[in-house]
Design a protein around this ligand. Structure first.
Ligand code: NAG
Ligand code: NAG
Ligand code: NAG
Ligand code: NAG
Ligand code: NAG
Ligand code: NAG
Ligand code: NAG
Ligand code: NAG
Ligand code: NAG
Ligand code: NAG
Ligand code: NAG
Ligand code: NAG
Length: 573
C-alpha cells in the first residue's frame, strides 16, 4: 500500500500543483562524483535512481531519496559474481555496464542495461549483451539474475515502457550495424524475447542519438533522447507521436530541450536525461554533467537535477527559471527536507564524509567497490591477527594490469565526491619479497592512476614510500607538468611496519600524497604531487582506493588497512 505509483498521486495533486510547494534553492550536481547516465523513478514518496558503473563491482548501485537532495545507497543490482560471470573477462576502460534505466510496474522494479565489450568491433553482434534485472524488494541486494535479450539487440541504453493496452516495449540506441537511431521492439519480459523492430527517430542530426525514454502524456507519446555525444555538444531533444507508440514521431520545433552546449557554464556536457513526477505532481529531470574549470575534472560525469514544467499538450520546459540550462545554483519546488528511510546498514549518504572501520562479522560498506570481479580470498575483513583491519593480499599484476586493459590488481575503494577532500588510512605492512607493495591510489582507469605505496626495493630490508604515476601518455618521470612528479622516500629502519598514508585534493588541479608514522603528533611528509588532469577524461570518474601488488609475483605478506577516512570539503566548485 505504501508504494502507490506517483502518477496516481500526481493526478490527485494536479490542482494543487506548484501553487503551494515552496520554491527552494539547491546546488547541482545533486549526486556528485562518478554518477553518469542517471535514471530515476518515483514510487510513493520515494525516489530511486541508478547509473552506469562500467567495470566496478558491485555494479549498478541503487540510490534512494525522499527530498531529492539527500541520497542514500540502498543496494546494488549487480551484487553476486554468478549474476554476470562475463564481467571477469571484460577489458578496456569503456567496457562493462553502460547506461541503465530503472522502472517500476505492478509491484516489480526493473533495471535494463547493456554489458558492452570494447574488445569487439562495433558491428560485432557479440559486443552487446542487453539485460533485464528485476526485484520486488529494492532494499538490499535482492535483484534477480539477468534475463538476456534474445535475439541480441545490437545497441545499448535500453528503456522499458508499458502501454495501456498491456503491451510492453523496449527502446534502445541502435549501434552501427543497422541504421543508427532509436529503435523500438516489443519485448517479453519473462524470457527477453524481442520482436517487431521499428526505427522511431534518428534525432535532429547530432552525433550518437541515444539514451531514449518514452513518456505518455495526454494521448501523446513523447520520445526523449540524448544527442551530440557525451561531450561538449551533448544535448537532450524530443519528438512526439499522437495516439500511437509506433509513430510517426514529429520532432519538437524548439529542440534542444536541455543543453549547456555553446555556453561558458561551469557545468558542461549536460545530457542523457530521464524525467519523473514527484508525489505532488511536480516534474523533474536528471541528467549527466561534467565540471569545467582550469582543468578537466577527475570526478567525471555527475548527476544534475532540473525542475520541469510540463503543461497539457505541450512539450516540457526544462528549468523554467533559466530555460534549457543547468547551473550550480538552482531552484525548484523541492519536497520538504526529509532524511531517507533508515536502511539496514545505516549507509552513509552520498556527498558526505565517511570513516570506514573494519571489524569481525561486519560486511564491507556499500560505498566500497572493486574493479571487475574480485577474488574474495584476497580481501579478508578482520582476521584474528588484525581484528580492526581489511587485509589485502596482492596478485602479481599492479593496477595497470598486464597490458593496461585486462586483468586487475587487488584493489578496493570509494569514489571521489568532492573537488577537495582528504583521505587517510592506517597501513600495517611488512613486505616479505622484493617488489611487494601496498598503499593508496587515485584510480580513474588502468592507464590513469596515481599510486602511493610502501614497497620493498632491492631487499626486503629496504622499504620505500613511493609515488608512481601512470597516465595514458606517460609513466613515472615523464611528466609534462613538473607538479606531477613521482617521489621516492627511503624509510629509516626506526620506522616500524605501521604507517599512515594520505591523499589530498588541495584544489581542483592538484593531489598531494603524504605519509606519516602512526602515533599522536607525527608529522605528515609530502612524497609527491599529481595533476588532476592526468586522471580525467573518458566515461568514468576517480575512485580513491587501497591496493596491494607483488609487482610480478603473488604477494605473500598481507597489507592490513584500518580506519579509512574520506573527508570532503563541501561547496567547493
Ligand atoms: C500485477 O501483479 C499481480 C500479482 O503478481 C498479477 O496477478 C496481475 O496480473 C498483474 N497485473 C498486470 C496488469 O500485469
Ligand atoms: C533483501 O536483502 C536484505 C539485505 O540483504 C535481506 O535482509 C532480505 O531478507 C532480502 N529480502 C528478500 C525478499 O530476499
Ligand atoms: C518467450 O515467451 C513467448 C511467449 O510470450 C514465447 O512465444 C517464446 O517462444 C518464448 N521464447 C523463448 C526463447 O522461450
Ligand atoms: C553549438 O554551436 C555549433 C557551432 O555553431 C553548432 O553546430 C551546434 O549546433 C551548437 N549546439 C547547440 C546545442 O546549440
Ligand atoms: C572551460 O574553462 C576554461 C577556463 O576557464 C575556459 O577557457 C573554457 O572556455 C571553458 N570551456 C567551456 C566549454 O565553457
Ligand atoms: C562472529 O560470528 C560468529 C558466528 O556467528 C560468532 O561465533 C562470533 O562470536 C562472532 N564474533 C564477534 C566478534 O562478534
Ligand atoms: C605495472 O606493471 C607493468 C608491467 O609489469 C609495468 O610496466 C609498470 O611500470 C607497472 N606500473 C606501476 C605503476 O607500477
Ligand atoms: C635500491 O633501489 C633504488 C630504487 O630503485 C635505487 O635508486 C637504489 O640505487 C637501489 N640501491 C641499491 C643499493 O641497489
Ligand atoms: C594525451 O596526450 C594528448 C595529446 O597531447 C592529449 O590530448 C590527451 O589529453 C592526453 N591524455 C591524457 C590522459 O593525459
Ligand atoms: C593548487 O595547489 C598547488 C599546490 O599547492 C598549487 O601549486 C597550485 O597553484 C594550486 N592551483 C590552483 C588553481 O589554485
Ligand atoms: C597467483 O594467485 C592466483 C590466485 O589468486 C593463482 O591463480 C596464480 O596461479 C598465482 N600465481 C602464481 C605464480 O602462483
Ligand atoms: C547515483 C548512483 O547510482 N551513483 C553511482 C554510479 O555508479 C558509480 C560507479 O559504480 C558509483 O560509484 C556511484 O555511486
Amino acid at each position: 500500500m505504501l508504494r502507490l505509483a506517483c502518477v496516481l498521486f500526481a493526478a490527485l495533486a494536479e490542482v494543487a500543483r506548484s501553487t503551494w510547494t515552496p520554491i527552494r534553492p539547491y546546488k547541482d550536481p545533486i549526486i556528485p562524483g562518478f554518477n553518469p547516465d542517471p535514471s530515476c523513478t518515483c514510487v510513493g514518496d520515494q525516489f530511486y535512481c541508478v547509473n552506469s558503473s562500467f567495470n566496478s563491482f558491485p555494479g549498478i548501485p541503487v540510490y534512494t531519496s525522499r527530498d531529492l537532495t539527500t541520497w542514500e545507497p540502498i543496494g546494488n543490482v549487480l551484487s553476486r559474481p554468478e549474476q554476470l560471470p562475463q564481467m571477469a573477462q571484460i577489458y578496456g576502460s569503456t567496457s562493462g555496464i553502460w547506461a541503465s534505466t530503472i522502472r517500476y510496474n505492478n509491484g516489480t522494479f526493473y533495471v535494463t542495461t547493456a554489458l558492452v565489450w570494447d574488445k569487439f568491433a562495433q558491428d560485432d553482434p557479440t559486443r552487446w549483451d542487453n539485460l533485464i534485472f528485476t526485484t520486488t524488494d529494492i532494499y538490499g541486494d535482492n535483484w534477480s539474475d539477468p534475463i538476456h535479450f534474445s535475439p541480441r539487440f545490437q545497441g545499448y541504453d535500453v528503456s522499458l515502457f508499458w502501454d495501456d493496452d498491456g503491451s510492453t516495449y523496449v527502446q534502445g540506441s541502435h549501434a552501427w550495424q543497422v541504421s543508427p537511431g532509436i529503435w523500438q521492439y516489443e519485448i517479453d519480459l519473462s524470457n527477453g524475447t524481442i520482436w517487431n523492430p521499428e526505427l522511431l527517430w534518428t534525432g535532429t542530426g547530432g552525433l550518437a542519438p541515444e539514451g531514449p525514454h518514452i513518456y505518455k502524456r495526454d494521448g501523446y507519446y513523447y520520445l526523449l533522447i540524448a544527442e551530440g555525444g557525451t561531450g561538449l555538444n551533448h544535448m537532450v531533444t524530443m519528438a512526439r507521436s499522437s495516439g500511437t507508440i509506433h509513430g510517426p514521431y514529429e520532432p519538437y520545433a524548439h529542440n534542444p530541450v536541455l543543453t549547456n552546449a555553446n555556453t561558458t557554464e561551469y557545468l558542461q556536457t549536460v545530457g542523457h536525461s530521464d524525467v519523473f513526477d514527484d508525489i505532488e505532481g511536480n516534474v523533474w529531470a536528471v541528467a549527466l554533467a561534467t565540471r569545467n574549470g582550469t582543468v578537466d575534472y577527475p570526478m567525471g560525469r555527475e548527476t544534475v537535477l532540473v525542475p520541469v514544467v510540463w503543461e497539457k499538450d505541450q512539450y516540457p520546459l526544462f528549468n523554467p527559471y533559466n530555460p534549457v540550462r543547468v547551473t550550480v545554483d538552482m531552484e525548484g519546488p523541492l519536497p520538504p527536507p526529509r532524511p531517507p528511510l533508515q536502511t539496514p546498514d545505516g549507509g552513509t549518504l552520498v556527498g558526505h564524509s565517511q570513516t570506514i572501520t573494519f571489524s569481525t562479522n561486519t560486511s564491507l560498506p556499500r560505498q566500497l567497490i572493486y574493479f571487475r570481479l574480485p577474488d574474495p580470498s584476497r580481501y579478508v575483513v578482520a582476521p584474528p591477527s588484525h581484528p580492526t583491519s581489511l587485509c589485502l593480499l596482492g596478485v602479481s599484476a599492479n593496477l595497470t594490469g598486464p597490458d593496461g586493459i585486462s586483468g586487475t590488481s587487488t584493489f578496493i575503494g570509494r569514489r571521489q565526491e568532492h573537488v577537495e577532500f582528504t583521505a587517510d588510512v592506517d597501513l600495517s605492512f611488512s613486505p616479505q619479497q622484493v617488489g611487494e607493495e601496498a598503499g593508496v591510489t587515485v584510480f580513474l582507469q588502468q592507464l590513469q592512476h596515481f599510486d602511493l605505496g610502501v614497497v620493498a626495493l632491492n631487499s626486503t630490508e629496504e622499504r620505500y614510500v613511493r609515488l608512481k604515476t601512470t597516465t595514458a601518455n606517460s609513466t613515472d618521470g615523464d611528466m609534462k607538468d613538473p607538479l606531477s612528479r613521482p617521489g621516492l622516500v627511503k624509510l629509516p629502519e626506526s620506522v616500524g611496519d605501521n604507517l599512515r598514508l594520505r591523499v589530498q585534493a588541495v584544489n581542483a588541479s592538484t593531489y598531494v600524497f603524504s605519509y606519516a608514522e602512526q602515533g599522536n603528533g607525527k608529522p605528515w611528509n609530502v612524497v609527491g604531487y599529481g595533476d588532476a588532469s592526468e586522471v580525467s577524461g573518458g566515461f568514468v570518474g576517480t575512485i580513491i582506493g587501497m591496493y596491494a601488488t607483488g609487482n610480478g609475483q603473488n604477494s605473500t605478506a598481507p597489507a592490513c588497512f584500518s580506519t579509512f577516512s574520506y573527508t570532503g570539503v563541501p561547496n567547493v566548485y
